[in-house]
Design a protein around this ligand. Structure first.
Ligand SMILES: *[C@@H]1O[C@H](CO)[C@@H](O)[C@H](O)[C@H]1NC(C)=O
Ligand SMILES: *[C@@H]1O[C@H](CO)[C@@H](O)[C@H](O)[C@H]1NC(C)=O
Ligand SMILES: *[C@@H]1O[C@H](CO)[C@@H](O)[C@H](O)[C@H]1NC(C)=O
Ligand SMILES: *[C@@H]1O[C@H](CO)[C@@H](O)[C@H](O)[C@H]1NC(C)=O
Length: 463
């Protein structure tokens, strides 16, 4: 370490500032123990991140956490007091109980605005809040008025559990990326924001509530990326007309989705883990999937797989998907089989299939769309999908345990997968800290090695 210190000591400060700005804020703060020179240098970093998580340990007592939070606030105070008039590009502030430090919070935010920061991330949500709970938490911090007044430089803004007034977004016309979370917001406010931020490319809403429905139909928007993450959309009704998305991610309940003209879609991710009951609403998901036809990369969840075949077309889409990489988040339960078949049938250009095995919501009152025998389904008796025979090259299984259901599916894919080149089995880490179970799962992979393979060229890795 001494030699390093000497080496750095010979560098001019201006260069050290550049080096420091490539380090994360946490690393930069750590470098100050190296030498006196660093002590001053790291204060010049352009991306400041005041993150309570680097100080407060959630597994310790309330009392300890209180002290740790005070140390955190003190650190931020010192930093601001000592900071010279250099550029601040972005500032992040995460503090879960800001109530006792409102003045400090104001000062930290003021520090960012007075330096014309282009990125501001304020997160006052509490890590103990549960994302899947219905409970709402009122924000205890309000965005200070100087942010609206000096917001012309802002290009990205994140406000979590931070109250704001959408009608005052008029100076935020340079914003390209906006994330709002843990907040009460209605669709009217979102439309006002879209009008104030004409350059907006990315909109993320996480755990927002009080949305009756979600509809964007203005022409001329640049919006390309939309993330709706566990928001409470009362009528589960979503309509998009105008913006052409490249990335769409939805996490919530099944609802009615109308996405018009999504020819530019590159990647879509659908998670209906919030759906608590089995309903035969496959038609809704069918329409949604049809609207996402252009996506090359697609991720769907277990609930999706159970519900998608419950509509009028249980076997697959009429107009196929363009998807090349498909990820199934699944428990590989037999409830999901018809949905998996549906997806394979609908994806005639599929090249990479990732089966990501994990816990899932399996509906006890599931009704299969057609009668089937779980083992028979993965045999020649059912029509083998085009992609399995012709285009599928790579199959990844994450969380492999070698259960009977996993073996049915893998035997099928190897048996008919003429174009298969790679099968990667990532053994599950579940259970047993000393890796005993892992050894067992890796042992089960030997069975897969013995299956008949239609491709002479397939290499099977157990990882
Ligand atoms: C500036 O930083 C030094 C060293 O960390 C500290 O001792 C001093 O109190 C700070 N000054 C102010 C005004 O906070
Ligand atoms: C911030 O921007 C304003 C207006 O563009 C300018 O007057 C001011 O000098 C800038 N401040 C810093 C610290 O760059
Ligand atoms: C927008 O910026 C101007 C100039 O800084 C300021 O006078 C005005 O109050 C700001 N608007 C809002 C809503 O804060
Ligand atoms: C065999 O696999 C390699 C890549 O692993 C591929 O480049 C090659 O084209 C394959 N050959 C045949 C005959 O499929």
């Amino acid at each position: 370490m001494d030699r390093n210190t000497d080496m750095f000591s010979n560098l001019p400060s201006s260069l050290l500032i550049i080096i420091a700005s490539f380090l994360s804020f946490k690393e930069a703060a750590r470098t100050c123990i190296l030498s006196k020179q660093w002590l001053n240098i790291w204060r010049e970093v352009e991306n400041v991140d005041f993150d309570e998580n680097n100080f407060v340990k959630l597994d310790e007592s309330e009392e300890n956490q209180k002290v740790q939070r005070e140390v955190f606030i003190n650190f931020a105070r010192q930093f601001i007091a000592n900071h010279s008039q250099q550029v601040i590009k972005t500032l992040g502030l995460r503090c879960s109980k800001p109530g006792n430090f409102l003045v400090d919070m104001q000062n930290i935010v003021m520090f960012a605005t007075s330096h014309n920061a282009t990125g501001l991330r304020l997160d006052f949500s509490d890590p103990t809040w549960r994302e899947d709970a219905i409970m709402n938490h009122e924000a205890v911090f309000e965005l200070p008025s100087h942010v609206y007044e000096h917001g012309q430089a802002l290009e990205s803004l994140k406000l979590f559990s931070c109250w704001f007034d959408a009608s005052k977004f008029t100076n935020f016309s340079a914003i390209k990326s906006l994330s709002l979370g843990w907040i009460n917001i209605n669709i009217g406010s979102i439309l006002v924001i879209l009008e104030s931020c004409p350059l907006l490319e990315t909109l993320r809403l996480k755990k927002c509530w009080n949305l009756e429905y979600f509809e964007i139909s203005q022409p001329g928007l640049r919006l390309q990326n939309l993330v709706l993450d566990k928001c409470d959309i009362r009528h589960e009704w979503l309509a998009i007309e105008g913006p052409r998305f490249q990335f769409f991610k939805y996490s919530g309940k099944v609802g009615q989705f109308l996405l018009e003209n999504q020819r530019d879609m590159v990647e879509a991710e659908l998670d209906f883990g919030m759906q608590t009951e089995f309903e035969e609403v496959g038609a809704f998901l069918y329409d949604l999937l049809q609207e996402l036809f252009a996506a090359r990369i697609l991720t769907v969840c277990s609930v999706f797989l159970q519900i998608i075949p419950s509509g009028d077309e249980p076997l697959g889409l009429q107009a196929p998907l363009d998807v090349r990489k498909l990820t199934l988040k699944t428990a590989l339960h037999s409830n999901e089989y018809c949905g998996i078949k549906f997806m394979l049938r609908s994806s005639p250009r599929l090249e990479t299939l990732t089966i990501d095995i994990g816990p899932a919501r399996i509906f006890p009152d599931y009704e299969p769309p057609y009668p089937f025998d779980p083992e028979e389904l993965w045999s020649r008796n059912f029509q083998v999908e085009f992609c399995v025979i012709e285009t599928l090259r790579v199959v990844n299984v994450k969380g492999f345990k070698g259960t009977r259901n996993e073996l049915y599916v893998l035997r099928y894919l190897l048996h008919f997968g003429r174009a298969m080149q790679e099968l990667n089995l990532y053994a599950s880490n579940e259970g047993g800290d000393n890796g005993e179970n892992r050894e067992f799962y890796m042992g089960r992979a030997q069975i897969v090695l013995g299956f008949y393979k239609a491709s002479r060229n397939v290499s099977i890795s157990v990882l």
